[in-house]
Design a protein around this ligand. Structure first.
Ligand code: 5AD
Ligand code: SF4
Length: 485
């Protein structure tokens, strides 16, 4: 048994991160033969992508995917720690699974992801969730076959969580969620240690993948017909800093763009690491999508300081306006936390005034959630729950106003859309995303899925657009091709 240790997770050693290739011991190959699995994923894109690796590993072991957790032989929760409600959801799910296990004692139950890295969670699982068969963490995803084999062979709860990151594992098998849009990890972990955030503890220190491995993955995706890659990391703008070379996100983005893949996206960006050179590259290449997620967290410089964000309101605004000026048609989305310990009404008003100035195209807004082990969890928090909820409500009203206002500017414009799938319950048959990352619904044939097509915007709502497929472009010449820069 190997348990997490927060003290170790906090430390940032100088030891070199080396690359290792994934390999599977042939003795595990039939571990899941004739059995089915179900993976439930919580949280961010990083977790979604980890799930793609997990599913592929389980299939290499002989398991096949089940569409229901109630009818399978192995259920695995890939968990998230970012806020308390993510925690509660996972524990709620474990409660439901407990009942299943009572009627089916052969069901294998696993927990992985960020919660597995938390000391308190592991303690809870060891004492109150004995029916959980196996646990592995974010640093040893690749050891799923070994951990699973151990619990099957020994019949005990198998827990293997490393507190510190190990090597970067290349060539992990992957079962991608779609055949046209792919996530590509470029950097693992985070060294920023924003005071509210648990990620630097659960995901370890910043480690960049070698550019050759990233470019090869993109090349392979192009050969398979992929239309879009999203370069992933907790803070992609720090790419390369740990490699000790003068090759960063700007250079990487440029090389990825030059591969010719139709769409390149990246997330998430920290304003601190966003250089002029990156802006220039984004502006220069039409296949780098003009859509940037740039979390601000607060509009008050005083709160930003308490959050350890390393920029002031003025610096964020300067960066924001520079992007708007230099990248034609760019849309900027953000993350905002309300109710951070010590946030006064004045601080909150500054957040609102920043939103009025930036008029974000999209945003995720949250109430501060104290995460055990982080500095902010020890700060004095006097605000009532009611007041926090009121602030969130007020903020969302303002955010929503600008989402709609921005969307309305697109009326009758023709926008390029990557068609992602069929709508199950909507009036229109298809949906996709514009270059600026807006959801659009429209009618069309199923064979358009996975293609980039022109769509005229016919109706604008707060969180989505409705459109009409443009079949003959020559007849539409008087309409402006809106945002594609
Ligand atoms: N409480 C509330 N929101 C948080 N986030 C991260 N940690 C917390 C927390 N403790 C939000 C930030 C971040 C997004 C992914 O989640 O806004 O950008
Ligand atoms: Fe968390 Fe800050 Fe790192 Fe983002 S940059 S993952 S908010 S510590």
């Amino acid at each position: 048994m190997q348990l997490p240790d927060y003290k170790k997770a906090r430390t940032r050693g100088k030891e070199e991160v080396v690359k290792e290739l994934f390999s599977l011991d042939p003795k595990y190959q039939n571990l899941g033969k004739g059995k089915t699995y179900f993976v439930k994923t919580y949280g961010c894109q990083m977790n979604e992508h980890d799930t793609e690796n997990i599913k592929a590993m389980l299939e290499v072991l002989g398991f096949t995917e089940s569409s229901s957790y109630e009818k399978c032989d192995l259920v695995l929760l890939n968990t998230c720690s970012i806020r308390e409600n993510a925690h509660n959801k996972a524990f709620g799910m474990l409660g439901r699974i407990k009942h299943l296990k009572e009627s089916n004692p052969h069901l294998l139950v696993g927990v992985c992801g960020c919660m597995a890295q938390e000391e308190g969670v592991i303690e809870e699982i060891r004492t109150h969730y004995r029916f959980v068969d196996f646990v592995f963490g974010t640093h040893n995803l690749y050891r799923l076959p070994e951990v699973l084999a151990k619990t099957i062979e020994e019949g005990n709860q198998a827990i293997e969580v490393y507190s510190q990151e190990g090597n970067i594992i290349e060539d992990m098998p992957v079962k991608r969620a779609t055949p046209y849009k792919a996530y590509v990890n470029i950097i693992y972990g985070c060294d920023k240690f924003c005071t509210y955030c648990i990620v630097p503890y659960t995901r370890g220190k910043q480690r960049s993948r070698a550019k050759e491995d990233i470019l090869k993955e993109v090349q392979d995706l192009i050969k398979e017909g992929y239309q879009e890659v999203t370069l992933l990391g907790q803070n992609v703008n720090a790419y390369g800093k740990d490699l000790g070379v003068s090759y960063g996100l700007a250079e990487l983005l440029e090389e990825v763009a030059k591969t010719g893949i139709p769409r390149v996206r990246f997330m998430t960006s920290h304003p601190w690491d966003f250089t002029n050179q990156m802006i220039e590259v984004i502006a220069k290449y039409p296949n780098i999508m003009p859509s940037i997620h740039l979390p601000v967290q607060s509009g008050s410089s005083r709160i930003l300081k308490l959050m350890g964000r390393r920029y002031t309101r003025e610096e964020y605004l300067a960066l924001f306006h520079k992007m708007k000026e230099q990248i034609k048609g760019v849309t900027i989305s953000t993350d905002i936390i309300v109710g951070f310990p010590g946030e006064t009404e004045e601080d909150f008003q500054e957040t609102l005034s920043l939103v009025h100035e930036c008029k974000f195209d999209n945003a995720f807004s949250f109430i501060f959630s104290a995460r055990e082990g982080t500095p902010a969890s020890k700060m004095e928090d006097l605000l009532s729950e009611e007041e926090k909820n009121n602030r969130l409500y007020t903020l969302n009203e303002v955010l929503n106003h600008y989402f709609l206002e921005n969307n309305q500017k697109l009326i009758h414009k023709i926008v390029p859309v990557l068609v992602e799938g069929k709508n199950a319950s909507k009036k229109t048959t298809l949906y996709g995303y514009t270059d600026t990352n807006k959801l659009i619904n429209f009618d069309g044939e199923e064979n358009l899925i996975g293609k980039i097509v022109p769509v005229e915007v016919t109706e604008c709502k707060t969180w989505s657009l409705d459109g009409r497929l443009v079949k003959d472009r020559s007849q539409e010449e008087d309409k402006v091709l809106s945002t594609n820069h």
